[in-house]
Design a protein around this ligand. Sequence first.
Ligand SMILES: Nc1ncnc2c1ncn2[C@@H]1O[C@H](COP(=O)(O)OP(=O)(O)OP(=O)(O)O)[C@@H](O)[C@H]1O
Ligand SMILES: [Mg+2]
Length: 371
Amino acid sequence: MHSKPKILIIDDEEVVLDSCIQILGGESFQVSTALNGSDGLRLVQELQPDLVIVDLKMPGISGFEVLDRLEEIDPTIVMIVITGFATVSSAVDAMKKGAYDFLPKPFSPEEFRIIIRRGLEKRKLILETIMLRHEKELLREHFAHIVSHELKAPLNAVQQNIFALEFELSGVLNEDQKEKLVRIKVRMEDLLKIIDSWLRIISVNIEELEKNFSPIQMTTPIYKALENIETIATRKNVEIVSSFGVKLHPVWGDVLSLSEAFVNIIGNAIQYSRDGSKVIVKAEENGTDILVTIKDFGIGIPKEDLPHIFEGFFRVKSGQAAPTGHGIGLVVSRQIIEAHSGSITVESETGTGTAFYIRLPKYFIEKSNKS
Ligand SMILES: Nc1ncnc2c1ncn2[C@@H]1O[C@H](COP(=O)(O)OP(=O)(O)OP(=O)(O)O)[C@@H](O)[C@H]1O
Ligand SMILES: [Mg+2]
């Protein structure tokens, strides 16, 4: 926060304003006042205060309208309402509108100072959170840049040179040397795959994803995913049995990223199933959610491993996991599902099978007004 916190008090009673100024007197704050809502809102634009104290009962623009406008102008401003004794219930309404706290009239200087201190602490936390989020985003971008440019590009160049060398030396190398070259190539490929996995994990940008959200049918990304993995299922002779509720309530989401999540989860179900078995894919309404169940009758996941499978780069060690995976499918899927305000849970028993449950909240109109 700036060195001197800026406080704006909007109240139609001059005596209240005067006493607030007196209580806050001294050098610690930059205090401004307004006698009505419209002057107050003009000052908010001009001064960009940290904290605004609003009287709920004012002639002209009411305190409630001021709160609404303040939220629109800058949702990070901390708002505190002052109310008469008779209007404590409206103070509760004000808090529903985003006010952080309320102060019933008459109040003592000490009560006023405490509420101001708490409000400013809240403001500090809000600003710190915004800053941390921004730093995290910068770090993510920076890391993605380092991984793709500083690591991946030189490794690609090394790989190309190995290919060239192999071609130039063909016929010259003995068996032992050829084997060493093969080992170098395999290690190189593994490294590049791991780098691609890192890049995929850090490239799930929630804010970017949210820009593509619209009301969709949950079945749309599921069908897309099923199309994608049909050949893998056929190759493994796994039958996918799907059952979708008729006319499901829509969800608020992005078809492409959700279908990526379903490709991962249904893909796992196929991959970790026995040849010739079934995978069940079900979508239904469940209270305020749409619930998707993906159930297989495959190798299952040991109990002690269950808490770790969403962590990233984790693979069940008991020897039965597919040889090709990198343990990123589930972490990326969880990121995508959580970006949709949803959840993913799992139940499993070794030797019997695994069920993943994906819940996404049903979409209601207010949501689109909020966003
Ligand atoms: N349906 C399932 N049945 C049994 N084990 C599973 C199932 N789904 C996931 N797992 C276990 O969880 C681990 C993590 O899954 P995840 O999809 O993240 O990675 P992966 O399949 O190993 O590799 P990839 O990154 O290619 O998806 C897997 O290695 C596997 O051990
Ligand atoms: Mg996988």
